[in-house]
Design a protein around this ligand. Structure first.
Ligand code: NAP
Length: 298
């Protein structure tokens, strides 16, 4: 790597629920950060806090050594990298693209190969920990890519997260994230089923959650998402649409490898039903809302 961590200029593209606070931490840590987003409000807020406005993905790349992406899905990442005014219109050999979005591991390997032709290195570095982890800089970051590139970017990851693990070569971070999303989806559904059952049987579901938190069924999801379910607060958080996308990635990967994922497939169907009801922009804990409706509780 030609760029030392201390002098790294950072580009950040995709300033939504996750990207905006993550970019903010980098600004607050003293990095020169240039940002871009499709809608303007988050750009203006970060510029007010000390970031620069790149104006477009290519504009970001012209003044950055490392370009971080935090976009919704595979087509968004491909468009920002290779579309009009995209990243690759302005890349220089020696730059690094760090994709922290959750996208397909197969597409990630293809993208990395295309960037390598331009002399640009890539890491896939999806995260877990949600909105709270992004706000508190406690994200778990699962990274795929060359060790030397990982080492160069490690100081940036430390600003945004706590548990930073290089899983393996390019794409390995996205495989890890797919595994994470399987566990999270099935656990949310389990919590939704438990609390809905208690509710329907006339038992105080808040007391059930409280008791379960001290026993073998305790989990962060029972704690945080269980509370959301009790409050009926389904503002995201993590959108149903995004988790539906992530389970598609897991099911496609499992299908290609001959690994059946039956529980994942069921929760995928339930996320699909929420989308069909127009609830795709709710938090993924809205699985409980769907179950309540199916149980005649609404
Ligand atoms: P989000 O709130 O929808 O943010 C995505 C951002 O990307 C939006 O600000 C959007 O702009 C911007 N964007 C989309 N297409 C663009 C383009 N072509 N050019 C420039 N900007 C573009 O999503 P998020 O919740 O932050 O999630 C981002 C990624 O992190 C996803 O892959 C998700 O799966 C993953 N993730 C999310 C969470 C979570 O809890 N939210 C947790 C872990 C991982 P607009 O403002 O115009 O829409």
């Amino acid at each position: 790597m030609t760029v030392s961590a201390a002098r790294m200029r950072v580009g950040f593209i995709g300033l939504g629920i996750m990207g905006r606070p993550m970019a903010g931490h980098l600004v607050n840590a003293g990095y020169a950060v240039t940002v871009h987003n499709r809608s303007r409000a988050a750009v203006e807020a970060l510029v007010a806090g000390g970031a620069s406005d790149g104006g477009s993905p290519a504009g970001v790349v012209r003044v950055a050594d490392v370009i971080i992406l935090m976009l919704p899905d595979t087509p968004d990442v491909e468009q920002v990298l290779f579309g009009p005014q995209g990243v690759t219109e302005a890349t220089r050999p020696g730059q690094i693209v760090v994709d922290m979005s959750t996208i397909s591991p197969v597409a990630t390997r293809d993208i990395a190969a295309r960037l390598a032709e331009e002399g640009v290195a890539m890491l896939d570095a999806p995260v877990s920990g949600g909105q709270k982890g992004a706000a508190e800089a406690t994200l778990s970051i699962m990274v795929g890519g060359e060790q030397a590139v990982f080492d160069a970017c490690f100081p940036l990851f430390q600003v945004m997260g706590k548990n930073i693990v290089r899983i393996g070569e390019i794409g390995a971070g996205q495989v890890c994230k797919a595994c994470n999303q399987v566990v999270v989806a099935i656990t949310i559904q389990a919590v939704a089923e438990a609390l809905t059952l208690a509710n329907k049987l006339g038992v105080d579901s808040a007391k059930v959650r409280q008791a379960l938190l001290g026993g073998f069924a305790q989990s962060r999801i029972l704690d945080l998402h269980g509370q959301r379910m009790l409050d009926g607060n389904f503002q995201p958080g993590f959108r149903v649409n995004l988790h539906h996308k992530d389970l598609n990635i897991a099911l496609t990967s499992g299908g290609a490898a001959g690994v059946p994922l039956p529980a994942t497939a069921i929760v995928q169907q339930l996320f699909g039903a929420l989308r069909g009801r127009g609830d795709g922009d709710l938090d993924h804990s809205a699985l409980a809302k769907l179950l309540s409706a199916l149980s005649g509780l609404d």
